[in-house]
Design a protein around this ligand. Structure first.
Ligand SMILES: CC(C)(COP(=O)(O)OP(=O)(O)OC[C@H]1O[C@@H](n2cnc3c(N)ncnc32)[C@H](O)[C@@H]1OP(=O)(O)O)[C@@H](O)C(=O)NCCC(=O)NCCS
Length: 222
């Protein structure tokens, strides 16, 4: 009977892999000042511990309001991943630090809604920020985290970041290769795919709103 047990195990493995691969792709879109309201909604949804991990302290809503109001979209880059209802399920903020001579550095911070974690959203936001950094002549990308943030530490190590630990905190650094044609074209294509995906979701949302608007009329007519 043992062989049939092994066959069952193989069948389970064989079915698991396509399911994992069948996850929808994570598309990262660059955000603009027009997205401030959605950014607020995203950050307000983070609980106390997430706010501590993201901002280094438990920030109240008014500090978040101030932070979002003051994001300088013409200097910094903010990236988002949208859910089906056009809500921001993940946000990455790439802030360019003052240049030191020829050396350009940037700092990255990221958050993903609890309901959307473990699907690669945080990793994709990081990858996109690293690519943008590279394509804008940043040589070192920097990230400051609490060292107990094992998920973020995992993402950092996976990306080849060097990590220095001190007093319960961790500074992670990624040295970036100069931009090349591939990195520039890849980023452009990813952005186009994300813009298209956003337009499709918006279209679907509008169609659903129109449909909903007709439902009471249809019900009254019946
Ligand atoms: C950190 C955070 C952004 C990760 O987002 P996410 O979308 O869940 O991340 P991903 O799905 O891309 O990756 C999670 C990875 O960590 C791994 N992981 C999950 N929990 C883990 C844990 N407790 N310890 C170690 N690794 C863990 C997953 O297996 C996955 O690894 P893989 O890509 O090799 O399979 C999200 O948890 C978050 O918003 N946390 C609160 C705010 C925060 O910590 N921000 C970072 C401050 S810079």
């Amino acid at each position: 009977m043992e062989p049939s047990i092994n066959r069952t195990a193989e069948q389970i493995v064989a079915h698991d892999q396509p399911l994992k691969d069948a996850r929808p792709p994570v598309l990262v879109r660059e955000l603009s000042a027009a997205d401030r309201e959605r950014l607020l909604t995203h950050f307000f949804a983070l609980d106390e511990d997430d706010r501590l991990l993201r901002f280094g302290q438990v920030v109240p809503d008014r500090v978040i309001e101030n932070y979002v109001r003051n994001i300088n979209f013409s200097n910094d880059k903010v990236f988002g991943v949208f859910g089906g209802a056009l809500e921001l399920i993940g946000v990455g903020h790439l802030a360019y630090l003052p240049a030191e001579g020829d050396k350009r550095t940037a700092e990255f911070g990221v958050s993903v809604l609890e309901s959307a974690r473990g699907r690669g959203v945080g990793s994709k936001l990081f990858e996109r920020a690293a690519m943008r950094s590279r394509n804008t002549h940043v040589s070192v990308l920097y990230m400051h985290c609490l060292s107990r943030n094992s998920t973020m530490m995992h993402i950092a190590k996976k990306s080849g970041m060097k990590i220095e630990y001190a007093y319960g905190e961790a500074d992670a650094y990624l040295s970036l290769a100069p931009a090349d044609q591939t990195s520039i074209v890849t980023e452009m294509l990813q952005e186009q795919a994300a813009v298209f995906d956003y337009a499709m979701k918006r279209q679907a949302q509008r169609a659903s709103q129109v449909f909903q608007a007709f439902i009471p009329a249809a019900a009254n007519a019946a």
